[in-house]
Design a protein around this ligand. Structure first.
Ligand code: FNR
Length: 185
């Protein structure tokens, strides 16, 4: 049976570079794998009362189910103020609950960060790794994926025009599949 890997872009922006990178990665799924785009765009801000009072919004319940059913997850995150965007942290929090039912648990993961700047989302990449330790997502160590100058890599139709970046993303996806098979056994 084919394995389903969720691709989560950590930006709500319509023309998001993270979403564009996510689209490129999605097309790189090898045979036996489905790379499924998982949107975080319509989630409300998590409130613990949802769970404590049994009033979980339908969008949160559906998101939790989607995450639970994934075999693995690849995050494509931009950087906001040297960390991850609040929208991405919110999505991680939503799927981590209710207490004792962490839907991320045990999934092999990978983190690809990007930025128009030269530091490439390093801060976001490593803050996200910290969350993943607690949530028991085994994040691929190598290669580390930092995409700098992301605003210069796409043409007007959203196609990745930089061959070096394309080759690097392919190498990272290939490494993730090896990582996935190792962790998932
Ligand atoms: C940014 N940006 C940014 N870039 C960066 O490299 N390091 C940073 O700490 C920040 N901080 C930051 C904060 C906020 C609130 C915004 C809105 C932006 C710039 C950011 O990388 C740029 O807007 C990207 O285009 C955002 O990613 P998407 O939406 O293109 O995926």
């Amino acid at each position: 049976m084919s394995k389903t890997i969720g691709i989560i872009a950590g930006s709500l922006r319509k023309e998001s570079f993270s979403k564009k990178v996510a689209n490129v990665i999605q097309a790189m799924a090898p045979p036996g794998f489905e790379f499924k785009m998982v949107s975080i765009d319509n989630l409300p801000l998590y409130n613990q009362d949802f769970d404590d009072n049994n009033e979980v919004p339908e969008s949160c319940t559906a998101f939790r189910k989607t995450i639970k059913e994934l075999d693995g997850v690849i995050f494509v995150t931009p950087e906001y103020n040297r960390s991850i965007p609040g929208a991405l942290k919110n999505a991680i929090d939503v799927a981590s609950r209710p207490f004792g039912k962490n839907n991320w648990d045990g999934k092999p993961g990978a983190i690809f960060s990007n930025s128009p700047g030269q530091i490439s989302g390093f801060g976001a990449n490593h803050h996200l790794r910290q969350c993943m330790v607690f949530l028991n997502v085994a994040v691929m160590q190598q290669p580390e994926v930092y995409i700098a100058g992301v605003n210069k890599l796409f043409d007007e139709s959203g196609n990745l025009k930089d061959e070096k970046t394309k080759a690097f993303l392919q190498k990272a996806v290939d490494a993730y599949i090896v990582w996935f098979n190792k962790i998932a056994g």
